[in-house]
Design a protein around this ligand. Structure first.
Ligand code: GAR
Length: 199
């Protein structure tokens, strides 16, 4: 059984999609065993607790630099025998210790079609605002491996949707989440659990 740790920072709708998939038997071979939040007030913590998953808060703002924060994350993952790390709306950057210990074992969901609208500074609603400003006609979401390049690791899954003429950043974010992220992330995690993707 692969122990899965989910790293979150906010509302946790992607975490909820994983919980729903797990509870309905969609993550066979895997177990959601830990949720780490980089923010104390994240609603994702409540979602985890309601599902009976252990939670840990490692508040990013309590650490002066990435190194201390990253070290605390790496230690928590190791103490809980983590086999796969899933970044689900996790808005902090990881450092050498975690990336080194979990090479090819960390995946992230990004709310755009990488290599567009990604990298440092492209997160949350900012991504969708940039999509509208550029005037592209399709957008979507990407699940990829996390390495030292922000949003730069191997792509595992992508899904595209049309940008509609009357879209706002908020309406686009909602559709990208519902039609792309909440579908792709459980699917990618299931691929790691059933051996289709190597850990
Ligand atoms: C999601 O759209 C996720 O893709 C994005 O933040 C949102 C969090 O939603 N992540 C990034 O932008 C990371 N670069 P959630 O907390 O409801 O899952």
């Amino acid at each position: 059984m692969i122990k899965i740790a989910v790293l979150v920072s906010g509302g946790g709708t992607n975490l909820q999609a994983l919980i729903d998939a797990w509870k309905s038997g969609g993550l066979r071979g895997g177990e959601l065993s830990l949720v780490i939040s980089s923010a104390e007030e994240a609603f994702a913590l409540e979602r985890a607790q309601n599902a009976g998953i252990k939670t840990i808060v490692i508040a990013r703002k309590k650490y002066p630099d990435i190194r201390g924060f990253d070290s605390a994350v790496a230690d928590a993952l190791a103490e809980n025998d983590t086999g796969l790390v899933v970044l689900a709306g996790f808005l902090s950057i990881l450092g050498e210790k975690t990336l080194g210990a979990y090479k090819n074992k960390i995946i992230n969901v990004h709310p755009a079609l990488i290599p567009s609208f990604c990298g440092k500074g492209f997160y949350g609603l900012r991504v969708h605002k940039a999509v509208l400003e550029k005037g592209v006609k399709v957008t979507g979401a990407t699940v990829h491996i996390v390495n030292e390049v922000v949003d730069g690791g191997r792509i595992i899954l992508q899904k595209a949707i049309d940008v509609l003429p009357d879209d706002t950043a908020e309406s686009l974010q909602q559709r990208v989440m519902k039609e792309c992220e909440w579908v792709l992330l459980p699917k990618a995690v299931a691929m790691f659990c059933n051996g289709e993707e190597k850990i």
